[in-house]
Design a protein around this ligand. Structure first.
Ligand SMILES: [Zn+2]
Length: 284
């Protein structure tokens, strides 16, 4: 038995949500589309929110076709299908082509498989031990780029554009970072794993989060990973995102304009698993 709760919300003042979340029987995914930097030609007439929703829909479709297929293969097929969805009027070879971080959890008999590509996070509670799984390669790339000197006098948009362009040589390449975009092979580089379910030491609770939601722990320190799971299980994903918004507003008064987005789209999905095994060995 798996119970799912989810909430996804755009950053305040943003017209569209570039995050997406989706759940069908046995599969939960959250996606975080990269916001287009101002003045950068992505080559796509559809945009980031379209891409993220389309990729979510294609991922579900591939899962329903091949429920037991490797998650990397399902994601690769979904990325490939979205290439065709662009319809020929878009230049998919541009380095700023729409892209999204992805986290997926699939539950099957006695096990759960997870996948993380780029800076989304999966939090797993197995028998009371809580771990957060993410893909550190984008953060590592950004750390390197932040060490490069920045010319003085750039406004916020110019800084943003400069930062976006600096990432281009590192995207979907060995030694850089991998993200769902127009390259199906990127899926093969995702962080993946499997945990058992249906017994007391197996997976009890899981969360899938975009970085707009993990900032509750990693940026604002509102709680820790076990506390985050408890917040999602009790008050719920909407409550977590409201707490993040409050922290963002508090931090906004004295923040450095170069320190990243004041607000971000935020998505949290919570999954609870039964610890009662079908083979009679489980306990409640
Ligand atoms: Zn397009």
């Amino acid at each position: 038995v798996i119970e799912v709760r989810m909430c996804s919300e755009p950053a305040p003042g943003r017209p569209v949500n570039e995050d997406a979340c989706v759940a069908v029987d046995g599969l939960v995914a959250v996606l975080d589309g990269v916001t287009e930097a101002p003045g950068v030609d992505t080559g796509c007439r559809h945009g980031s929110a379209w891409y993220t929703r389309r990729l979510a829909a294609r991922l579900v479709r591939e899962y329903l076709k091949h429920p037991g297929g490797a998650l990397t293969g399902l994601l690769a097929a979904a990325i490939d299908a979205v290439r065709a969805d662009h319809g020929g009027g878009c230049d998919l070879d541009r380095p700023a082509t729409p892209a999204a971080a992805v986290a997926v959890l699939r539950a099957a008999a006695g096990r759960a498989d997870y996948l993380v590509l780029c800076d989304a996070t999966v939090v797993l509670d197995t028998g009371g031990e809580v771990v957060a799984v993410t893909d550190e390669r984008l953060a590592a790339t950004i750390d390197v780029l932040r060490r490069e000197p920045v010319p003085p006098g750039l406004d916020r948009e110019a800084l943003w554009r400069r930062h976006a362009i600096a990432k281009w040589p590192h995207v979907n390449t060995a030694g850089g970072y991998w993200i769902a975009a127009a390259t199906p092979q990127a899926a093969e580089h995702a962080v993946t794993g499997t945990v058992t379910t249906g017994h007391p030491a197996g997976l009890r609770r899981a969360a899938l989060l975009t970085d707009g939601a993990t900032r509750a722990v990693e940026v604002f320190g509102l709680t820790d990973w076990p506390g985050l799971l408890t917040m999602l299980q009790g008050p719920g994903p909407g409550h977590l995102i409201r707490q993040v918004r409050r922290a963002e507003y508090r931090a906004g008064r004295d923040r450095d304009p170069a320190a990243g987005k004041p607000h971000d789209d935020a998505t949290a999905a919570f999954c609870a698993f039964s610890v009662v095994a079908g083979n009679g060995e489980g306990t409640t």
